[in-house]
Design a protein around this ligand. Structure first.
Ligand SMILES: *[C@@H]1O[C@H](CO)[C@@H](O)[C@H](O)[C@H]1NC(C)=O
Ligand SMILES: *[C@@H]1O[C@H](CO)[C@@H](O)[C@H](O)[C@H]1NC(C)=O
Ligand SMILES: *[C@@H]1O[C@H](CO)[C@@H](O)[C@H](O)[C@H]1NC(C)=O
Ligand SMILES: *[C@@H]1O[C@H](CO)[C@@H](O)[C@H](O)[C@H]1NC(C)=O
Ligand SMILES: *[C@@H]1O[C@H](CO)[C@@H](O)[C@H](O)[C@H]1NC(C)=O
Length: 426
């Protein structure tokens, strides 16, 4: 613990360091009161905002009674991307919180993620709100979102989880636009939602590894036959030019558990020349290829770049001590244990992203959604999904061990929160 670095530490204190805490309670008695009752880790984080903004600011619309009842005050400061990390916090249940859309009201949702339509009857999973420890995340505001996108192209690039984030964004804004002022065109690779009066598009580009592979389209079912062209991205990337806001992801496709067949140079040389690499090694080379493309093609004055971190999978119920559970099947509540981290999120892969993005010339904002999504074992599509264009039959639904999907998320659901964070950054 380097207490010695205190002069700068008082500007940007490292978290959870005790000496700083002693100093700050003098400045900030509100947080001190909260500290007596609320959980300690949270209150530490609160302290850092005190010098900047009055602690009581956020509580002004609450009565003193409310505060006493909860034994804590909401003294988080307003979201400021420079100051607030969104990845430490908690999910708070709020029954009166209504999603902006349902899987019936939004015409653009894939059946795959339309859990209610597919038979899911519990609905608590739709009423949790993510609350960062040290700031308040503004609610998603569809009007504001469209205003910020006026005259612009927003494009999500990546895999099916990224497609979920795209559909969530579209569904959260489309309902305020009259029918004749909006459209959606779907393609094999590129799908475009258009808000005509705003001259704005919200697009999705399918590139599950970002780099090229032989399984981009059509998908090869057998992971052993998939070959990644880790040094090539141009075929996809030429479609990313001129976009104002790019949001990338790639993770789950790399995690087949097998070593990855990778190829340098031309596919025309045939598949024989491939080399098998460990997952993080292949991932690193692939992401570097992507990073080099970004650094030499993106003008940071015109284009903002985001990278969504890995979306956790929940296929081992032992991870959250439900030894009788079957994957995420039947889970109806988030994990409440702070900093819960399951086996579906590979920290090595996360550190590859951090190290590559850290060395890029183009600034990339990390949408670090992994920790907050880790808690949400209750929010996957589970058996309320479809495979190969067909909703699961009752018989399949009764066999969650083989059919529960604990990778994708129901919509409305967790990706709405990812977009709430994205909008806060825009
Ligand atoms: C719950 O959500 C409703 C509707 O958005 C809001 O008015 C209310 O303040 C929320 N309650 C809490 C405790 O955050
Ligand atoms: C971006 O803008 C800055 C300041 O206006 C300018 O110095 C820089 O050359 C610009 N970069 C590019 C790639 O256009
Ligand atoms: C699971 O049980 C272990 C051992 O009792 C405990 O340390 C851990 O916090 C539990 N995990 C969760 C998610 O409750
Ligand atoms: C799932 O939940 C339902 C309703 O609570 C219950 O009837 C059923 O036995 C549960 N199934 C399993 C496998 O736990
Ligand atoms: C995202 O947040 C986690 C903590 O929740 C951290 O360990 C990780 O390094 C962060 N990832 C990136 C790429 O910044």
């Amino acid at each position: 613990m380097s207490v010695a670095s205190s002069p700068s530490a008082s500007m940007k204190p490292p978290r959870g360091k005790l000496p700083l805490f002693t100093i700050t309670i003098v400045i900030c008695s509100f947080a001190f009161l909260a500290l007596l009752y609320a959980d300690t880790s949270r209150s530490f984080f609160n302290l850092k905002s005190c010098p900047r903004r009055p602690a009581a600011k956020k509580s002004k619309d609450k009565t003193a009674g409310d505060n006493l009842k909860g034994f804590e005050m909401d003294d988080r400061f307003e979201f400021d991307p420079e100051e607030c990390t969104v990845n430490t916090g908690k999910w708070a249940f709020n029954k009166s919180l209504k999603p902006f859309y349902t899987d019936r009201s939004c015409p653009y949702l894939d059946r795959q993620v339309s859990c209610v339509k597919n038979g899911r009857r519990d609905s608590d999973y739709q009423h949790w709100e993510w609350q960062p420890d040290d700031c308040t995340l503004p609610r998603f505001n569809p009007k504001l979102a469209l205003k910020k996108l006026r005259g612009k192209r927003l494009m999500f690039v990546g895999d099916s989880l990224q497609r979920g984030q795209w559909q969530s964004f579209v569904c959260m804004v489309e309902w305020i636009i009259p029918d004749d002022k909006k459209s959606l065109k779907r393609g094999d690779f590129l799908s475009v939602f258009r808000a005509k009066e705003y001259d704005a598009t919200i697009e999705f580009y399918w590139a599950p590894y970002l780099i090229e592979s032989n399984t981009d389209q059509p998908i090869i079912g057998d992971p052993k036959k998939r070959i990644l062209k880790v040094d090539s991205v141009e075929k996809h990337a030429k479609n990313w030019g001129g976009v104002d806001i790019l949001v990338f992801n790639t993770y789950v496709w790399w995690m087949s558990g097998l070593r990855l067949k990778t190829l340098w140079g031309s596919f025309a040389n045939g598949a024989e020349g491939y080399e098998e690499l460990d997952t993080p090694v292949a991932y690193k080379i692939g992401l570097k290829t992507w990073a080099n493309w970004a650094d030499s093609n993106i003008n940071p004055n015109k284009t903002r770049v985001f990278f969504t971190t890995m979306s956790p999978t929940h296929t081992r119920s032992e991870d959250w001590n439900n030894t009788k559970g079957i994957k995420c099947f039947n889970e109806t509540k988030p994990v409440m244990k702070k900093r819960y981290w399951g086996s579906g999120s590979d920290k090595k892969m996360m550190s590859v992203v951090a190290s590559i993005v850290g060395k890029m010339n183009v600034p990339v904002t990390i949408l670090n959604i992994t920790q907050l999504s880790e808690y949400r074992i209750d929010a996957h599509t589970s058996v309320y999904t479809e495979t190969e264009g067909k909703v699961l039959t009752d018989k399949e639904k009764a066999d969650p061990l083989h059919h529960a999907d604990c990778i994708h998320w129901c919509l409305p659901g967790v990706p709405d929160t990812w977009n709430q964070i994205l909008l806060a950054y825009l």
